[in-house]
Design a binder for this molecule. Structure first.
Ligand code: SIN
Length: 278
C-alpha cells in the first residue's frame, strides 16, 4: 500500500499512514511525505520500529543534522538528543510553548522526535500552527507587524544564570555555549511554502527590536495568547514508536508535564534550516 496522508485535526498536523521507515520509502512516497511536510508543517507517524541509525538516515533526507549544544546525547549518537524525564524528576524539557532554535541566525528547519518510553497516561505534546496564527490576525495588526523585528536569545534559557538551566542541570549542560542572539522579522515568509507565519515565541523572544521590554510585553503577550487559540492547535498522544516531525518555522510545541512518578524517554534529531526573511 502506498503512503497516505490523513488530516487528524482541524488545527494543525497530519498523519502519515502506511509508512515503515525501517523498510525505506519509495521515491514516490518520499515525495508525498516531503510535500505533506511543506504543506502542513507537522507530520505524525505511529508504530515505527527504528534503530538510532535509521532515525539518523531518515533525518538526513531533509538536510544536515544539528548537533544539539545543550541536551544530553543518546549514548553513542551525538546526532540524537535525549529528551528524558525520570520517575523522580519534576521538571520536563520543553514544558512551555516554544519553537526550537529561534535564537540562531539561521533557525533549525525542524525536529524528528520518536517516543522510546511513554508513561501509562499523560506526557502528550501540544502543537500550534503559526500560519493560522498569522492568517487570523486583522489586516491592521498584519500591517503593524510588517515592519517589526524581534530579538531572540538562548542566554536566559540555557545560559549560566538561567533558572531553567539550573533546574534541569541533570539533563542540560554546556551553559557557557548559550551565546546565541538573533533578530528576525516578527512575520516571516516560510522559505519552502512561501506562506507567512508568525515568528515570535514565549520561550526565546526577548523583545521587539528598538522597543523596551515594557513596551514590547503587551504586544507580544497579545500575540502569544492569539497564537494558541484552540482552533490553531492539536494534542498528540504518544505510544512507543510514535514520531512527530515538526517544522520550527511555522509551528510551536509544548510538552505536557502531567505524569510525575512515571518515566518518559524521547529521542530528538534536529535538522538545520535555511535563512528566513520577511
Ligand atoms: C521538545 O520540546 O523538543 C520536547 C517535546 C516533547 O518531549 O514532547
Amino acid at each position: 500500500m502506498s503512503l497516505e496522508i490523513r488530516k487528524i485535526s482541524g488545527g494543525v498536523g497530519v498523519e502519515a499512514c502506511n509508512i515503515d521507515i525501517a523498510k525505506g520509502l519509495s521515491e514516490a512516497d518520499m515525495a508525498t511525505l516531503k510535500a505533506a511536510f511543506v504543506e502542513h508543517g507537522l507530520v505524525f507517524m505511529h508504530n515505527q520500529t527504528i534503530t538510532p541509525e535509521q532515525h539518523i538516515e531518515f533525518a538526513k533526507n531533509w538536510g544536515e543534522i544539528n548537533i544539539n549544544r545543550f541536551f544530553a546525547k543518546v549514548d553513542g549518537y551525538e546526532e540524537i538528543a535525549a529528551v528524558v524525564k525520570e520517575k523522580d524528576q519534576l521538571g520536563n524539557i520543553g514544558g512551555g510553548w516554544h519553537t526550537d532554535h529561534s535564537y540562531d541566525q539561521i533557525p533549525a528547519l525542524g525536529s524528528i522526535l520518536i517516543a522510546r518510553e511513554t508513561p501509562p497516561v499523560g506526557g502528550d505534546t501540544l502543537f500550534s500552527c503559526m500560519y493560522k496564527a498569522y492568517d487570523s490576525l486583522s489586516d491592521g495588526m498584519k500591517k503593524t507587524l510588517e515592519s517589526l523585528k524581534a530579538v531572540h536569545s538562548s542566554r536566559h534559557i540555557f545560559g549560566e544564570q538561567s533558572s531553567y538551566q539550573e533546574a534541569m542541570s541533570d539533563r542540560l549542560s554546556n551553559a557557557e555555549a548559550a551565546t546565541q542572539d538573533a533578530i528576525h522579522p516578527i512575520v516571516i515568509t516560510h522559505p519552502e511554502s512561501g506562506r507567512k507565519a508568525l515568528y515570535v515565541n514565549p520561550a526565546f523572544t526577548l523583545h521587539i527590536e528598538g522597543w523596551s521590554d515594557a513596551e514590547s510585553k503587551p504586544l507580544l503577550d497579545y500575540l502569544y495568547q492569539h497564537a494558541v487559540q484552540m482552533e490553531h492547535t492539536t494534542r498528540f498522544k504518544w505510544a512507543v514508536g510514535s514520531i512527530a516531525f515538526w517544522d520550527n518555522r511555522c509551528t510551536w510545541h509544548y510538552a505536557l508535564n502531567d505524569y510525575h512518578g512515571e518515566r518518559r524517554e524521547m529521542h530528538r534529531i534536529t535538522i538545520e534550516g535555511s535563512p528566513i526573511a520577511a
